[in-house]
Design a protein. Sequence first.
Length: 421
Amino acid sequence: MTVSEPTADLVVVDARVGDERVDVVVRDGVIAALAPRAAEGVPARRRIEAAGGLLLPPFVEAHSHPDKAMSRSMIPELGLPSVLHTRPEKMQRQRDLKAAFTRANVAERATRFFELAVGNGIGVVAGQADVDTVTGLTSFQGLMDAKERCAGLLDVRVTAFPQEGIVQDPGAADLVAAALEAGADRVGGWPNNERTYDDQLTHLDTVFALAERFGVGIDVNVDYFTDPTERMLVPLAERTVAHGMQGMVNANHVGALETYSDDDAARAIEAVAEAGIAVTVCPTNLGGSQPYRGVSRAVELLAAGVPVAVGTGNLQDNWEPFGNLDPMDMARLAWHAVPLAGLAGLAGEGIDTALALVGAHAAAAAGIPAPEVVRGGPADFVVLAATSPADALRNEPGPRWTVRRGRVVGEHRASLSWAER
């Protein structure tokens, strides 16, 4: 019996793309065919039987801290207090933790973070690295090392993030500039962490000056807590327009917006929409923090046309003991927390929008074009066992494949029943 030589690198048989059941044929990292029965008679090096499962663009993690991820085990190792209740106490413990970080330690943990992301179908991670006078460039350098190490698995967008402030942390701006010079993709900020309103505005102005100097986008944490005195969102929008950076700015958390009067909130949301700012919320902010951080007014933002994404934020670190980097878990949690079912006029009870929060909207927040699965395009996609968006969010056990440039780089083989274990 003669075995035909492979003519394709990969075929995916009977996948669901939109409303259509198709086969995918991949050659040289490109989708060569995307049509019903396109794989019939095509020998390939690798074959995936999708059995009607969804084939989607790779997911996007819109807001994370890979430099801190999986550092929680260091708390007892360093003899730091295990139970804290106030924000200043937790901020100090974070300083003590990152002061002990090494470049190799950050790279090792961030690599594990990226590998976990790939296994869950994530193709792009937007990650912040602390850059301040506590950690210097150590966290940034370790994260860049992990980015290079995992370049064949996923794309990483690194933000140089002055966690400790800019005005109140003299030297931080120069360190952020050094990180941008060394290849950081975006400049970060947290203006509310400054001591006075004027200092907060100076912080924002410094962020925009750095963005213009290096020709990069902006990824800031702003109005972090449900505190009505936090009012940096509108100044952020005003500066975005003034500097011509529409579509280049992402605002994370934005919890204070929940506490504004309806009129003030409406004006702020209109300013954000006009400035083309994306907003990333973290559903895990609903617990474990004093003061409460909230999930912003995501429904009103979406209704105004603002691309709203969800992000993991922290994972197994000083701030968050849990997290598994599964976009389906995050999207489902967001469906409840936002809540998407309450957005009038949404088709499918908001389920498709929940997927967009970790898909097209998350891409906008990461500052990249939305990934697509098209003939002639790069063979980057994820195949799920689920046959519908609702089933995907139910996240029942089943296989999942992550494909990058036509190569399977991540794979789940979860059992479908306890009897099979």
